[in-house]
Design a protein around this ligand. Structure first.
Ligand SMILES: C[S@@+](CC[C@H](N)C(=O)[O-])C[C@H]1O[C@@H](n2cnc3c(N)ncnc32)[C@H](O)[C@@H]1O
Length: 282
């Protein structure tokens, strides 16, 4: 699919569909993603009163963490392109009672925000999923004040992330999903060494710093992992939900065998992952 508008529509539909699963699995995502949220919020060098924009925020984990630092005199705007994700994040923000936090639907490539109006832009696992990430990062730079800071995360290459590599290989080898086209929206699109710095520099950012963060997905069991993947993966989730019973049992048997190397003595699962984290100045 080469028409960008069509691709945006397809991506949007996938995320609208995945939103209920993200809401159900919010605790698992927050726990695995906590070291990444910590890195991003620290890198943004926030202080009480800062104005923060979170892009492609999902349930708004990172924005809610930023809100604890910027306090009631600051402002956090949590945004996402999917209506259903925005509704889920709004419920979460209401529950948190955090002051100064709003949730708005916003497309990363067309930020509905004033030029030079934010001190920081934060995004965990968002920009590699946008159809034109360079355009989206230029938008982030536009809304940052001069010297404002961006901090983002994107997965390292899939071979560093067996939690996804194992499932994706099995789905693709059965023709249930197709490999992503080069430079198409994909969790591992910025995986190669140097790619995340290259795209930040191309968008006009300076003083780019990139590190990696190791994390662990903790699931109660192999069944819990399957449920998590089925509920949250924008690509594999739909394919998993459409399996016939026979396909389901065959695939589960193979996947359970492959993931069993990560089983703990109590039957729980600890799946390692590795992500790039990067910050840069506008
Ligand atoms: C992998 S999830 C990450 C969610 C959240 N940042 C986190 O770390 O838990 C990706 C999110 O990006 C959003 N997204 C994808 N493409 C987008 C776009 N072009 N503009 C805005 N949001 C987008 C999706 O709706 C989804 O909520």
């Amino acid at each position: 699919m080469s028409d960008p508008a069509e691709l945006r529509g397809v991506q949007r539909d996938r995320w609208e569909e995945a939103a209920p699963g993200w809401e159900q699995r919010a605790a698992t995502v927050s726990a695995a993603g906590a070291p990444v949220a910590d890195w991003l919020v620290n890198a943004a060098q926030l202080s009480p009163g800062s104005r923060v924009l979170e892009v492609a925020a999902g349930l708004g984990d990172v924005g809610l963490q930023a809100a604890e630092i910027v306090g009631p005199e600051g402002e956090v705007v949590i945004t996402d392109g999917a209506e259903a994700m925005v509704a889920a994040a709004s419920r979460r923000v209401d529950e948190s009672g955090a002051p100064g936090v709003s949730v708005v639907r916003m497309e990363a490539e067309w930020l509905d925000a004033e030029t030079a109006s934010f001190d920081a832009v934060l995004s965990r696992w968002g920009y590699m999923l946008v159809v034109d990430p360079e355009a989206a990062l230029r938008e982030a730079r536009r809304v940052l004040r001069p010297g404002g800071r961006i901090a983002i995360a994107a997965w390292r290459s899939i071979d560093q992330n067996p939690w996804m590599e194992i499932s994706r290989n099995e789905f693709e080898s059965r023709g249930l999903t197709t490999p992503p086209a080069p430079d198409a929206p994909d969790p591992f699109r910025f995986g190669l060494d140097g790619k995340i710095a290259e795209v930040l520099l191309a968008a006009g950012f300076v003083d780019v710093r990139v590190e990696s963060v190791e994390l662990v997905w903790r699931l109660a069991s192999l069944d819990d992992w399957w449920e998590h993947m089925r509920s949250t993966s924008s690509i594999l989730g739909r394919a998993a939900r459409e399996l016939t019973p026979a396909q389901h049992y065959e695939l589960r048997e193979v996947l359970d065998g492959s993931y069993s190397e990560f089983l703990q003595p109590d039957g729980s699962l600890e799946l390692p992952g590795s992500t790039w984290v990067a910050c840069a100045d506008a």
